[in-house]
Structure formats: C-alpha cells, structure tokens
Design a protein around this ligand. Structure first.
Ligand code: SUD
Ligand code: ADP
Length: 300
C-alpha cells in the first residue's frame, strides 16, 4: 500500500505570549490559520523503517535532519509505541514549507506522518488520541491536524476551531536562513519581563475573521514575537516596509520568523504585491487561507 498525506503551513494571525511557565514553555493565546503551502508525505509498506526528504529548488535540504532525528521518525515511534506496534514502512517528505521559517513545516510533517501511518498500519487511532500524540510531538502539531482557523491556548497545543467567513490572500517571503524558535522565545523574555501569566484572547481579531473583511483583519493582526525576531534580524523590518509600500494591507513576521507574510485585499492585489517584491527578493509566494489540515490526497 502507498498513500500520500498533505499538510499545510500556518500563519499566526495573532500570537499573544505570556511569561514562561515552570516547564519553560510560554503560555499562548494564538489564532492560527492554515494556508495553501504544503508538505506532502508519502508512506509505503516495507520491512524496516526509513525517511527521506526532497525540498523545493529554492530550499536548502541540508537544514532538514535525517538519520533518525527527523520529526517524522519521532511521530512514527510515538504512534507505534501507543499501539504496541513495530515501526515499519518508508516515508518520503516533499517539502515546500520553509525550514525553521516560523510556518510550522516540521509540525506539518509530524501531523502528516500520524495520519498516514495510522492508515498504513490500520491502527484506528481515535481523533482524541491523535491530538494527544500530536501535542507530545510539538506545540503546533495539533493545529496542523485540524487546519482551518483556530484558537490555540496552553502552549499552543489546545486548539478549537473559530468562525472564519473570509477568503484570505497572503504573500509569503521566506528567508534563506532560518531562525531558532527557542532563541526567539528567549529574546522575548529579555525584552518583555512584564509579560502576563495568561495572554488575553484577541476578541477584535476573532470578530474580523468571522466577518471576513480583509481591512478589519489587517488592523487586528498582532505578533508578540515580532519585536524579538526583528531585533535578531533587522533586515525583516525593511522587508515588511517594502511589502506594505507595494500595497499589502499589513505585513508581519510569521510566528517566530523569519518568514514574513503580507495580507492583501484579494488575489489580484496579492499577485501585484508579489510581483513588486520579486524585484528585490528571490522567493516570493502567494497562498490562500484558510485551508484544510493534514489530509489524504492519494491512496492505493
Ligand atoms: C512560535 C510558534 C508559534 O506558533 O511556531 P513557529 O513560529 O516556531 O512555527 C510555536 O509556539 C512553536 O511551536 P513548535 O515549533 O511546535 O514548538 P515546540 O516544538 O513545542 O517547542 C520548541 C521550543 O520552543 C519554545 N516554546 C514553544 C512553544 C511555547 N508555547 N513556548 C515555548 O517557549 C521552547 O523553547 C521549546 O523547547
Ligand atoms: N521534517 C522536518 N522538517 C523541517 N524541520 C525539521 C523536520 N524534522 C525536524 N526538523 C527540525 O526542526 C526545526 C524547526 O523546523 P520547522 O518546523 O521547519 O520550523 P518552525 O518551528 O520555525 O516553524 C528545524 O530547524 C529542524 O532542525
């Protein structure tokens, strides 16, 4: 049997970060949106276990760990242990989501692996168990399973769908070099010693999402990690200014960065902003949201 599961990148429309908890994680109030940029994971029945990775031509394959350290290896081991099964199969990942880019590409691969291997092994994992295993793999992994637009609380792993009546258009500008998520959180701690114990839920942004009005959403986008990411990578500030002067409604850092994302009024505006940015930046992508979470695309 062979099957391919596709999983989307995410943007944090709102990323509210609190003071670090005793376990070192930061409490979040975040609103995720899954966007149309995907990693595809194909699994095939085989004796033994192996993972290999191919990347889009603009990406550096060397940034993705292999030899047992890939998050797909961890997902496979966790699912197998949960069911008392042997880890079996070959997994091939086709990556289009920037690595260490703040778009949760590794989390997408982990979610895809859980969905694909559950099917390959005929394991019948319940949705609740899949979400629980996902949370153990990473704070962003449960969202990669459910997709759409969702509120994330706890350390980001507690997810619930939110009303979204928009058709949103984004320009995405990845960076050739990644940013380390823990490093950005550590820098946030230095910049924001006064962060709250529990960050508030962004009601105005949730209203704008529900209403589906791009200008209203643009006015409410917010990322508490942006200041830290811009401090570590001042070039991103110039990128955000460039995208806004090309006509984007708003530009922001995606999650912990360094990918920057630009909300545009409609598909034509997104293509115009992308065209302008392409004169200065090598890789400029256009994606729509919200899209589905990890889902099977071929099966047989
Ligand atoms: C910042 C966010 C925003 O959605 O995503 P990215 O921008 O990296 O994609 C997430 O919080 C990243 O989630 P994810 O990448 O799954 O993080 P994890 O594997 O759980 O944790 C990696 C490290 O990030 C830090 N971390 C993560 C989540 C959190 N709520 N507080 C933290 O302090 C910790 O240092 C942790 O060791
Ligand atoms: N399948 C994978 N794809 C990408 N990165 C992976 C994968 N497995 C493990 N990693 C490691 O996870 C780190 C974070 O990756 P990623 O999820 O792409 O970034 P981010 O957390 O910024 O969204 C990478 O730097 C890499 O070392």
């Amino acid at each position: 049997m062979t099957l391919t599961v596709r999983a989307p990148a995410k943007i944090n429309l709102h990323l509210g970060v609190g003071a670090p908890r005793e376990d070192g994680f930061h409490p979040l109030a975040t609103v995720y949106q899954a966007v149309g940029l995907y990693d595809d994971l194909t699994v095939v029945d085989a004796d033994g276990w192996s993972v290999d990775v191919a990347v889009s031509d603009w990406m550096d394959r060397g940034q993705v760990p292999l030899g047992g350290d890939n998050i797909v290896d961890r997902a496979a081991a966790l699912l197998a242990a949960h069911h008392g099964l042997e880890v079996r199969g070959t997994a091939h990942v086709d990556k289009s989501i920037p690595v260490a880019g703040g778009m949760a590409g590794g989390s997408a691969d982990a979610a895809a692996a859980l969905v694909a291997l559950d099917r390959l092994w005929d394991a019948g994992t319940t949705d609740d168990d899949l979400l629980e295993l996902a949370a153990r793999l990473g704070s962003d992994v449960p969202f990669a399973l459910i997709g759409g637009s969702a509120l994330g609380t706890g350390r980001g792993e507690l997810v619930e769908r939110v009303a979204d009546h928009g058709s949103w258009w984004w320009v995405l500008v990845p960076s050739p070099t990644g940013l380390s998520t823990p490093e950005v959180y550590r820098h946030f701690d230095r910049l924001r010693p006064d962060a709250p114990a529990v960050p508030p839920v962004p009601e105005a942004l949730l209203d704008a999402l529900d209403a589906g009005v791009p200008h209203a959403l643009a006015a409410t986008l917010h990322n508490d990690l942006q200041e830290a990411a811009l401090d570590l990578r001042p070039d991103l500030g110039r990128l955000i200014e460039a995208g806004e002067s090309e006509g984007a409604l708003r530009g922001m850092v995606s999650g912990s960065g360094p990918t920057c994302v630009f909300l545009c009024e409609d598909p034509d505006a997104a293509r115009a902003v992308a065209g302008g940015l392409q004169e200065q930046y090598d890789v400029v992508l256009v994606a729509g949201g919200a899209v589905a979470g990890a889902h099977t695309v071929t099966y047989g």
